[in-house]
Design a protein around this ligand. Structure first.
Ligand code: BMA
Length: 825
């Protein structure tokens, strides 16, 4: 037989790629178990989106529809299609399923060719002997919920909790028994939509001798790449803010017996190390990343799935969210372990934009079974995902799970303590003896962590499960506290690396309006309760907000509702600002044995639906106030102020590679006037490269004496870094009292004139008084302001709005609403 090559494949469906053999019959249908529902389906896609498209259901995100449509996930659906194939006399014909969600039997022409039970696996089934010219392909799903329960029931030796999601999440049970997006059974920010469907393309491939399944490279320089040794290149890949994202276009030719395959691939070179070494003056070990030999402060957030229905996560959505991360001066995202290994495009964009990825494996907040059958599919999953992803320079770390070391160490699920050793052993079996072993074999080019949070080396020393995985002297920490006053930075752990911390807020009215009706627009409503999946979440937000801001008092219920939404965003933005600035300024210091903080990843970047959550970006892409604040508190050069025992300190923070000579300008304002009562500028001082150092110290009482009749309640301190009249980094300020007791703040009249400059809009604001937290909102016109949520101290201020889709001044004028703090009391 002549030697013919490979994978000259018929892409039968998916991703809009149609082969010559595409025929009208290659359309999918999806049918429920009793045949009463039968609709056209798209591949990639899922049952929910097929039903929505067929108008058999409304928007699943609308009001309470997540509960109403629970039946969809409990039914068993079958996808079927007919496709024709050009006659092939190839030796082998495979059916390739890039992603099946999740439990299904696959048959071709009524012959069973394989089973699937792992959403994160690529399946290849041999169909050589069943394939004809015209074929019927059928993928019959079993409900993920039913399957998970059956697995749990079959596991009789001992329970593997958490069993069900907490009632407030209105979710399903036993998600840890199925290799599927863990948050699809509900989470504390997300609905329960345990989808069924074909979430990645399906292909047929025919070949005779060999096939190319994975083409991988590892981005470390000096490493072996394919068959060629590269010496250390000149142009390395750097994270955003630290250099260019250089890469090389390569052509790879693989030959065998005179036959060859050629592929093009972009390859990158960079090195990454996780440094855990003694820290002078501190017990424990450091925990920081060096990229290309340089220490990098990790700034960013945590990524969750961008939709419950993955087929709706388009390239545009990914690009927009990732660009928003970069625009907020982030250099890193953590792909959190309760979601999905993201699509190839996600990592490609991160490579291009220089966003470093802390990549979790998809295990979260649970104990997991370790039967051989479970381990076997996990091993396949890990191997597949490593081979798919390891070429990306953006991925700087593999981390085996989210919070499962902590779950075992501190017995989250209250199993009898006598049985804890079983779970500890299982933990090591899964994450160390299986997952870690595979990673070490497949990819030595980036560090591995067994969990997040973990104590790193110290956890290993303690047998992979530290007594306290939240130890601030080791590894990374997650920290949440909603009852402490978030303005009190002393309540935050001075950790080596903050990989999760956060506060909730509500999305804006324009986002909620799309999925609710007027009776829902009240902070005390069944809708408000329904969308809140974190126990006491709404109360906590309000309590935290009222510590420092006055309660919305409008007599108009709708206005009061909108004001409350606004206030939750103010609270969240301010809390995370204070906490993040604390982490950034702790970079170079060790105080009472604590410090040397080298990472701040707040929880969470994005949303899965329109609901209260910890996110800084709403479902749909709109930036919350926090995201605008992040742009400032993650700025490469930033002055940060805070009070300690009656003394005001200002630190200069710089992530730039070179020292700067700058002056610090400090102004004191009375709330009642836009003219500062005092203004001082320091001598030129050195702001050291890649560091955080104190540059100013003054007792608050003497500062207050410098101007007018200042008191803590009457005045505010504002500062910025300058050189020769040019400002470096954003303005910053310190409030000397809570704003609900501030004196002199007046209700400002803020007017706006909108002009256009090319595709941008310039909004000229004019205020009659100092205005804290000035918030510009243009409803659902998609786009971003250059700044928002700011403290307006000057009479006039120009704001730029960059629309993401063309719009007009008339539309902007119609929708623009301006709110500031004093409007709501
Ligand atoms: C962390 C995360 C998520 C969760 C978040 C907010 O622990 O890992 O599980 O959504 O807290 O509660």
């Amino acid at each position: 037989k002549p030697l013919r090559l490979l994978r000259l494949i018929l892409l039968i469906f998916g991703s809009g790629v149609l082969s010559a053999s595409y025929s009208p019959e290659s359309k999918w249908k999806v049918t429920n178990a009793n045949g009463s529902l039968r609709v056209a389906a798209e591949v990639p896609g899922c049952v929910h989106t097929a039903l929505l498209k067929a108008r058999l259901i409304e928007d699943p995100y609308y009001r309470f529809n997540d509960l109403i449509y629970g039946w969809i996930s409990h039914d068993n659906w079958t996808y079927s299609t007919t496709f024709s194939l050009q006659s092939t006399n190839s030796e082998w014909v495979n059916l390739i399923l890039e992603g099946i969600d999740t439990v299904a039997t696959v048959s071709v022409n009524k012959v069973l060719v394989g089973n699937t039970n792992n959403m994160f696996l690529r399946y290849s089934f041999d169909v050589t002997n069943v394939i004809k010219e015209v074929n019927v392909l059928e993928i019959a799903f079993t409900s993920a919920v039913t399957y998970a329960a059956a697995q749990w029931n079959a596991h009789t030796s001992y329970p593997v909790p958490p069993v069900c999601s907490p009632p407030v999440q209105k979710g399903e049970c036993h998600v840890n028994f199925i290799r599927k997006e863990q948050c699809s059974f509900s989470w504390d920010w997300g609905p329960s939509f345990p989808t069924q469907g074909i979430w990645k393309p399906i292909e047929i491939e025919a070949f005779d001798i060999f096939q190319l399944v994975y083409l991988t490279s590892v981005p470390s320089y000096g490493m072996f790449f394919m068959f060629v040794k590269y010496s250390v290149p000149v142009d390395l890949w750097w994270p955003h803010g630290h250099g260019e994202q250089n890469g090389y276009d390569t052509v790879i030719n693989i030959s065998m017996n005179g036959h060859s395959i050629e592929r093009r691939k972009k390859v990158y070179f960079r090195s990454v190390e996780l440094i855990q070494e003694p820290v002078p003056g501190s017990a424990g070990l450091s925990f920081y990343f060096k990229v290309n030999g340089q220490a990098v402060f990790i700034k960013g957030s945590n990524w969750i799935p961008a939709d419950s229905f993955q087929d709706r996560v388009t390239l545009d959505i990914l690009r927009n969210l990732l660009q928003s991360a970069v625009d907020a001066n982030m250099n890193t995202l953590r792909v959190w372990g309760g979601g999905v290994y993201e699509q190839d495009e996600f990592y490609k964009i991160c490579d291009e934009l220089g966003i470093m990825i802390w990549q979790d494996f998809m295990f979260a907040c649970a104990f997991y079974p370790v039967e051989e059958s479970f381990l076997e599919i996990v091993r396949k999953e890990i191997t597949h995902q490593l081979r798919r992803l390891k070429s990306h320079p953006s991925i700087i770390l593999w981390s085996a799970n989210n919070e499962n070391e902590a779950a075992v160490a501190t017995n989250w699920f209250s199993v009898p303590s006598s049985t804890l050793p079983i779970y500890m052993k299982d933990y090591v079996t899964l994450y160390v003896n299986n997952i870690r072993d595979i990673i070490i074999n497949e990819d030595k080019s980036r560090p591995f962590l067994s969990s997040s949070p973990t104590n790193g080396q110290e956890s290993i020393r303690e047998g992979w499960i530290a007594k306290n995985p939240y130890d601030t002297n080791y590894g990374d920490t997650h920290f949440y506290n909603y009852t402490n006053d978030c303005w009190d930075w002393k309540k935050f752990p001075k950790t080596r690396f903050a990989s999760e911390y956060g506060f909730q807020s509500w999305p804006s009215f324009s986002t909620l309006q799309k999925i609710s009706i007027p009776e829902d627009w009240d902070f005390i409503s069944s809708f408000t309760d329904h969308r809140q999946h974190h126990l006491k979440g709404n109360k906590e937000m309000i309590m935290q907000a009222y510590l420092h801001y006055s309660q919305p008092m409008s007599k108009d219920p709708l206005q009061k509702y909108k004001d409350t939404l606004y206030l939750t965003q103010v609270m969240q933005a301010q809390c995370i600002k204070i906490q993040t600035e604390f982490y950034r300024r702790s970079r170079n210091e060790v105080v009472e044995g604590k410090g040397h903080t080298m990472g701040a990843l707040y929880w969470q970047l994005n949303d899965i639906w329109q609901a209260p959550s910890w996110s800084s970006i709403e479902y749909g892409g709109k930036w919350k106030m926090l995201h605008y604040f992040a742009k400032s508190f993650f700025a490469p050069v930033l002055p940060v102020g805070f009070e300690d025992d009656g003394t005001l300190y200002i630190y200069a923070i710089s992530d730039l590679p070179k020292d700067l000579q700058l002056q610090l300008l400090v102004k004191v304002y009375q709330w009642s006037s836009m003219d500062p009562v005092c203004s001082t500028i320091t001598e030129s001082l050195v702001v050291k490269a890649e560091s955080a150092h104190p540059i100013y110290k003054e007792s608050v009482s003497s500062l207050l004496k410098t101007g007018g009749n200042c008191t803590r309640e009457r005045c505010v301190v504002v500062f910025s870094l300058q050189a020769y009249g040019k400002q470096y980094g954003p303005n910053n300020h310190v409030y000397l009292s809570s704003l609900n007791v501030a004196e002199g703040l007046k209700k400002p009249q803020i007017s706006a004139v909108i002009g256009q400059r090319k595709e941008d809009f310039i909004i000229t604001l004019k205020t009659t008084a100092i205005a804290p937290y000035v918030w510009l909102d243009v409803g659902d016109i998609p786009g971003q302001f250059d700044t928002n949520g700011f403290l307006m101290l000057e009479n006039l201020k120009n704001i730029t709005f960059l629309p993401w889709k063309p719009t007009t001044i008339a539309e902007m004028n119609k929708l623009l609403q301006i709110t500031s703090l004093m409007d709501i009391s």
